[in-house]
Ligand binder design. Structure first.
Ligand code: OGA
Ligand code: MN
Length: 283
């Protein structure tokens, strides 16, 4: 008899640990429905002690939607391009994946026409200290706003500008060439996103970049963005995950933001593999 599926909350605002599911095995439909409902309710799901081959990782993630090839090819898994490798490991002089990624608050693919619905990240090797991942519920943040503020922002749209993001997060780096915008066109996204499955609204801020708000002068948009970001990053909407090898986390990019933290890359190895689940245009 397989173990019963159980969900135990990870924090007040979001997250649940799932027991009784083995990611390496096919997920029967009734179990899928339970897991999917919990994913919608908790925003992130943690599965502990998992060992999966790349095929099994892909097969499990695919139950939640079609996968997308997310990344520049150098960080893709060599035989499964729909798997993204995040690692500081260097093999025969060649990095096996992206060594530094996501170390600021973001939602995956905020700048895409159809941002991914979710990501399933598996920790294969993790450092004993550092390398934690923070998650924050943007549904909880939205719900915490006053009705007046919600009404004021509900229809606003923001300009996701990847050049601005780069300058904001890495001010010490050289500015990208002027024609970078040809490759990275601005993307207008709703500031408040309606979840296509639950119908709940969430702040679709994706972090701390002072995005421009369409139709507002910076003198008005900047203080508004800062005020919203202050609410969004209140620790009470967060869960901090310290990884154990074998942990897998499925998060919902439509209503959760996340950020990686530093670790001692000279001393420790970190090796994470991510499947990215395709999603729809935000509204
Ligand atoms: C990601 C990401 C965070 C981490 O996989 O999208 O941001 O802790 N990862 O590796
Ligand atoms: Mn990410």
């Amino acid at each position: 008899m397989p173990a019963a599926i159980r969900f135990s909350p990870l924090s007040r605002a979001l997250g649940a640990r799932v027991s009784g599911i083995d990611l390496s095995r096919p997920l029967p439909q009734t179990d899928y429905e339970k897991v999917h409902a919990a994913w919608m309710r908790f925003g992130i799901l943690l599965f502990r002690d998992q060992a999966v081959t790349p095929e099994q990782h892909v097969a499990f993630a695919q139950r939640f939607g079609e996968l997308m090839v997310y990344t520049r090819s150098e960080n893709a898994h060599s035989t499964f391009p729909e798997l993204l490798v995040l690692s500081n490991v260097v093999d025969n002089g060649k990095p096996i994946g992206a060594a530094i990624s996501g170390r600021y608050w973001h939602t995956d693919g905020h700048f895409l026409d159809s941002p991914p619905a979710g990501s399933l990240l598996h920790g294969k090797e993790v450092p004993p200290e550092g390398g934690d991942t923070f998650f924050a519920s943007m549904t909880a943040a939205y719900d915490a706003l006053s009705p007046r503020l919600r009404a004021r922002i509900d229809a606003l749209r923001i300009v996701i500008d990847r050049v601005q993001t780069l300058r904001y997060h890495y001010p010490e780096r050289a500015a990208p060439p002027a024609n970078q915008k040809d490759k990275w066109p601005d993307k207008v996204q709703p500031l408040v996103r309606t979840h296509p499955v639950t119908g709940r609204k969430a702040l679709y801020l994706g972090g701390l970049v002072p995005w421009r708000i369409v139709g507002l002068p910076v003198s008005r948009s900047e203080p508004l963005m800062k005020a919203l970001q202050r609410v969004a990053l209140n620790p009470r909407f967060q869960y901090r995950h310290h990884w154990r090898a074998g942990d897998a986390i499925l998060w919902d990019n439509r209503c959760v933001i996340h950020r990686a933290t530093d670790y001692d890359m000279a001393r420790f190895r970190r090796m994470m593999v991510r499947a990215t689940i395709a999603g729809d245009a935000a509204y």
